[in-house]
Design a binder for this molecule. Structure first.
Ligand SMILES: [Zn+2]
Length: 288
């Protein structure tokens, strides 16, 4: 099983999350923001990539299969409460140093359609701020190798639209669902070909590899956002013939397996499956 932590061993991927979040309305849209009294905590999402990817897929499935917006919103809120905000402000621009330039160049991506692929930098940054222009991002010198934009991302003034996280979780799940459908005899060769194309179209520009003097001189992979970490985890899992991601035979949830022979997400599910199986067997024998 290939994992991010093995492929990108020397990396900068620490992320910040707050102890609590809330949903507020800005211009009639739902945004997730850190709560005022929350406390910040640093962690490395890649350390526990197995749980991260399982959560992304299970939550993505709920989002895809549920019609009630409140339940979808709650799922996304739970995700952010556990892992922090996704870091779209850094993930989306093509020009990494956009905060020094007047225009932001945005990638065309599968999650949202921007009306333009370029945007005025000030306006672009403002959409991620609860109080616009609070942070002095423009022209600030880089500190410790990270761009000053992170001062905004990791502050309590940073917000992201709920809808973006909904689209993202659903899209990640859809790729895995497409892969399952390829192995399903119900679909004809043309349909399978289309599904393969869908999976092949899923890509990201890559994780930058750079030299840094801090924390110590070395060459590091730089993960610019939680979005990038999740996408990389999904790409690595999807690209393996013997998938490390499986659906639990008992509870139907996605889980990460260290061995392809494992069929249950936990010992509990394994035991329950066998208990139910023998109960059903006894029932059938009694009926005879
Ligand atoms: Zn299970």
């Amino acid at each position: 099983m290939k994992k991010i932590k093995e492929i990108y061993e020397n990396r900068i991927s620490k992320w910040k999350k707050y102890s609590s979040y809330e949903i507020i309305k800005i211009k009639n849209c739902d945004y997730i923001v850190p709560s005022k009294n929350s406390v910040a905590e640093w962690y490395d999402p890649i350390e526990n990539e197995e749980e991260l990817i399982s959560d992304v897929l299970n939550m993505g499935k709920i989002v895809a299969d549920t019609e009630k917006y409140e339940k979808i919103k709650k799922t996304v809120f739970d995700f952010v409460s556990k892992y922090g905000l996704l870091g779209w402000i850094m993930y989306l621009p093509v020009n990494e140093n956009f905060y020094l330039e007047s225009t932001v160049f945005l990638t065309e991506n599968e999650y949202f359609i921007f009306s333009n692929t370029t945007m005025d930098t000030k306006k672009y940054i403002e959409q991620f701020q609860i109080e616009p222009s609070k942070e002095n991002i423009f022209g600030t010198a880089k500190t410790l190798g990270r761009s000053p934009v992170y001062e905004l991302i990791f502050s309590k003034n940073y917000c992201e639209p709920v809808d973006w996280a909904i689209c993202f979780l659903q899209e990640m799940y859809e790729h895995f669902r497409a892969k399952e459908m390829i192995y399903d005899p119900k679909y004809n060769p043309l349909e399978k070909f289309m599904l393969m194309k869908k999976i092949e179209n899923f890509h990201h520009v890559g994780v930058p590899y750079v030299i840094k003097y801090y924390p110590t001189l070395g060459t590091y992979w730089i993960f610019n956002s939680l979005t990038m970490i999740i996408e990389t985890a999904c790409l690595i899992a999807l690209g393996q013939k013997e998938s490390p991601i499986a659906i639990c035979k008992h509870c139907g949830k996605y889980f990460y397996r260290e061995d392809i022979r494992i069929e249950y997400c936990s010992h509990k599910c394994r035991n329950r499956y066998h208990v139910y199986k023998s109960r059903n067997k006894n029932k059938k024998q009694l009926e005879k």
